[in-house]
Design a protein around this ligand. Structure first.
Ligand code: SME
Length: 160
């Protein structure tokens, strides 16, 4: 049994620091990328508040394909010119979206989602996946969330 326990009353910076530490520890020495993505999705869900979806899309043969996640069932394949995830994968840049209804082409997998953060995972300078976080709260994600998930993506890029 793994017992990673988020502490209540922490700052968001502390949440991200603890998430990163837990993800590094839990994926250390495990070569199976799917197992590692599944556990990292679970850790994001456990350590970060106010989410309704957290998980991975993998870049497979030029399109994004759903990977391990926590949340409602989601669209399986996303073209690189579609949605927030496609924009992150196509540009290699983090997409911080305070209002998903204002993002042209946003794909609504869960009608409750109001804001979104998508961070590309790069290995050897190439996008191999994205980490997608959705929240039911408008403007849930701040720059420190973007930097925190970018640090997480960098730490696990060789393990997924
Ligand atoms: N909203 C995403 C689609 C994935 S779901 O949020 C899980 C997008 O616009 O790319």
């Amino acid at each position: 049994m793994f017992s990673f326990s988020p502490t209540h009353g922490q700052s968001m910076a502390e949440c991200h620091a603890d998430l990163l530490e837990a993800a590094c520890a839990l994926t250390d020495g495990e070569p199976d990328g799917i197992a590692n993505m599944a556990n990292v999705a679970a850790l994001i869900w456990q350590f970060l508040p106010d989410l309704n979806w957290a998980g991975f899309y993998r870049l497979v043969e030029g399109e994004l394909v759903l990977g391990p996640f926590i949340g409602k069932p989601a669209c399986i394949r996303i073209a690189l010119n579609q949605g927030v995830c496609g924009a992150a994968a196509a540009t290699g840049e983090t997409q911080l979206v305070p209002d998903v209804h204002a993002f042209p082409g946003h794909i609504a997998c869960d009608a409750q989602s109001r804001s979104e953060l998508v961070v590309p995972v790069l290995r050897d300078g190439r996008v191999i996946a994205v980490i997608d976080l959705d929240s039911p709260s408008p403007a849930r994600f701040a720059e420190e969330d973007a930097r925190g998930i970018e640090a997480l993506a960098g730490a696990i890029a060789a393990r997924i």
